[in-house]
Design a protein around this ligand. Structure first.
Ligand code: PLP
Length: 285
């Protein structure tokens, strides 16, 4: 395997950043994960737009031009022969003697790109089965709209979910509302058939998959509501699912051990997954 680190393509096993990288010391950086489908980077422009937003919010410069980043992404995918999988980009504020203040102007941001293949059959099998989610108290900072590498709360929430037999954690805020998953956006389908997901104005990352799925829902003429939903409402829902570049649309069949709907992936979630795939098939052509 090959990784890209600050201007060089290196063997994955040898890929390393400096001990004084601010990503390492302060989690002072941002990232993106894009799906690779049939050799194409799914929704790459939207991911790079969001990367730009994350960088701007944290006042980190682009490590190189956007066109150069696109080129590197494609190179890393090609050099690793990834047809289906994920590509990861991380940008940090660079390497400088440990000090909380921003480093001197001449310190360049660091960039790392890696890619790995995944098994589409395994993903399909997972989607046909659905996943269990486990609720977890929301304990993250308020700026979850920025895709930062500071993911310790997410690590702890997801590990808790795993130890409870789940695949994903659903954060629940102090008002009892689900915000989002540890690495996914959260959705339900109500008994009336309305698709519900929290508005992206507060409490969540504006997922690229979320945005695309909302567009598909509109195109299909399904009823949807962008509003908070409570854990209680989720437990009574007809369907539930999560979205992310890494999972696409993934049906949820259990929340805190309670069966959702009939315990099988719902028709809406399944349909949205198919529509998403059709759209990405078209992008790949
Ligand atoms: N919410 C969180 C906290 C995430 O980490 C992610 C993805 O990693 C998402 C939502 C989904 O975003 P996207 O659809 O852009 O992958």
């Amino acid at each position: 395997r090959i990784a890209y680190v600050n201007g060089q393509y290196v063997r994955h096993g040898d890929a390393a950043v400096h001990v004084e990288d601010r990503g390492y010391q302060f989690a002072d950086g941002v990232y993106e994960v894009c799906e690779v489908w049939q050799g194409n980077i799914v929704d790459m422009p939207r991911h790079l737009d969001r990367l730009n937003r994350s960088l701007t919010e944290l006042r980190i410069d682009w490590p190189m031009s956007r066109a150069a980043v696109e080129f590197v992404l494609r190179q890393v995918i090609r050099r690793n022969r990834v047809r289906n999988g994920l590509v990861y980009i991380q940008v940090t504020r660079g390497v400088s003697r440990r000090d909380h203040y921003f480093p001197p102007e001449d310190v360049a941001p660091s960039i790392v790109v890696t890619a790995r293949s995944s098994n589409p059959d395994a993903a399909r099998a997972q989607a046909e089965q659905g996943i269990a989610v486990v609720s977890y108290p929301e304990n993250r900072w308020p700026r979850v709209d920025i895709k930062t590498i500071a993911l310790l709360p997410n690590v702890l929430a997801k590990q808790h979910a795993k130890e409870q037999g789940g695949k994903e954690a659903w954060y629940v805020d102090s008002n009892g509302y689900v915000t989002e998953g540890g690495s996914t956006n959260a959705w339900i389908v109500t008994k009336d058939g309305a698709v519900v997901t929290r508005a992206a104005e507060s409490g969540i990352l504006r997922g690229i998959t979320r945005t695309v799925v909302l567009e598909l829902i509109e195109k299909e003429g399904l009823t949807f509501e962008e509003r908070p939903f409570s854990l209680e409402e989720a437990l009574e829902a007809k369907e539930a699912f999560v979205t992310a570049a890494s999972t696409v649309v993934m049906p949820v069949t259990r929340v805190d051990g309670r069966i959702i709907g009939n315990g099988h992936p719902g028709t809406v979630a399944t349909r949205l997954r198919e529509l998403f795939r059709t759209a990405t098939d078209l992008q790949a052509v």
